[in-house]
Ligand binder design. Structure first.
Ligand code: NDP
Length: 295
């Protein structure tokens, strides 16, 4: 393995020896839809900041073309790529190996080509945890409420499980909530389910994480946050709109509020570090992302 610095020097040597044709590493994100993806902005800003010979593109790949797209990316010499909706689970059969994070999440958002082998990894959960740790400590004393039990909630809950925090999961469809609780327990974490929108859960929470898609269209949350303690950390993983009505009411109740932009940032930073085995230029990537959203 090479550090980025060694690789940069290597790239310069190759540029000279191949008459100016330098070694360029290619990365991408695949999904459907993909036009909205901010990953190219964030990664390309990082390459620019470190003056790396690398590029990051986005490709629209429909579900029926996934297998061919994977083979195509490999054949074209891509070093790695991110995977977004709807391919995070369906890509698994096309890969050679999975990291523990991918196995735990049952989903892949990052693929690395390593000596011709495709390694599937997941940085969604670890990215969320890294963003959360900027605001709170994580250990068995924390009571964390997770609203929702979809794909994002699963990644988050499975990444929180090793910290032994007490997870209270609430989902509109209780069967899906129960399935997630079972998975967290199976991996040695602490979790239980409460009825959607009811109970004394809010008053005890140190942190509430909103992972449903409610708020994407600025719609009001279906229940009130009454009873929540002022100062509680409230996270909504949506970042567009920047402040959902849910976050707005949490702020009005004296809570500390955080949106989902840093979850996106850190999943990208973790993917970068998985691919290049070196520290990512966090602040350059953050700046590019925030600028793209004009905040
Ligand atoms: P899924 O479709 O897998 O899950 C959706 C979740 O929202 C389910 O728990 C679902 O409940 C719930 N839900 C949807 N509509 C309602 C409603 N009207 N009332 C109650 N519950 C509802 O989606 P994802 O988990 O992939 O994504 C969820 C959100 O997270 C999206 O807004 C997405 O943009 C955001 N996200 C942000 C990321 C970031 O980097 N910041 C990364 C990934 C996702 P039920 O099971 O009952 O259907």
């Amino acid at each position: 393995m090479m550090t980025i610095t060694e690789w940069e020097n290597h790239s310069v040597v190759l540029s000279k020896s191949f008459g100016g044709v330098g070694l360029v590493k290619h990365f991408a994100v695949i999904g459907d839809p993909i036009a909205h993806s901010l990953s190219p902005v964030m990664h390309n800003a990082g390459y620019k900041a470190l003056n790396l010979a690398a590029d990051y593109q986005k490709f629209q790949v429909s579900p029926e073309d996934l297998g061919e797209a994977v083979l195509g990316l490999k054949a074209l010499g891509f070093s790695g790529w991110n995977v977004t909706v709807p391919h995070k689970e369906t890509i698994l059969p096309f890969l050679d190996e999975l990291t523990e994070e991918a196995v735990r999440a049952g989903a892949v958002n990052t693929v690395k080509v390593d000596k011709g082998r495709l390694i599937g990894h997941n940085t969604d959960g670890s990215g969320f945890v890294r963003s959360l740790q900027e605001h709170m400590e994580l250990d068995e004393r924390q009571q964390i409420v997770i609203l929702g039990a979809g794909g994002a909630a699963k990644g988050i809950a499975m990444a929180l499980a090793p910290f032994q925090a007490q997870l209270c999961i609430m989902n509109r469809t209780p069967e899906r909530g129960a399935e997630l609780v079972g998975k967290v327990l199976e991996w040695g974490g602490q979790a239980h389910q409460e009825e959607w929108g009811r109970g004394a859960w809010l008053a005890q929470a140190d942190c509430v994480i909103q992972t449903t898609s409610i708020g994407l269209k600025k719609e009001e949350y279906p229940f009130s946050l009454e009873g929540i303690r002022p100062g509680t950390l409230v996270v909504d993983i949506i970042f567009n709109p920047w402040e959902t009505p849910f976050l707005h009411s949490a702020k009005a109740m004296g809570c500390k509020t955080v949106n989902g932009i840093d979850m996106l940032l850190y999943q990208g930073v973790n993917a970068w570090e998985f691919w290049l085995e070196d520290k990512a230029p966090l602040e350059s990537m953050r700046k590019a992302l925030y600028q793209a959203l004009a905040v």
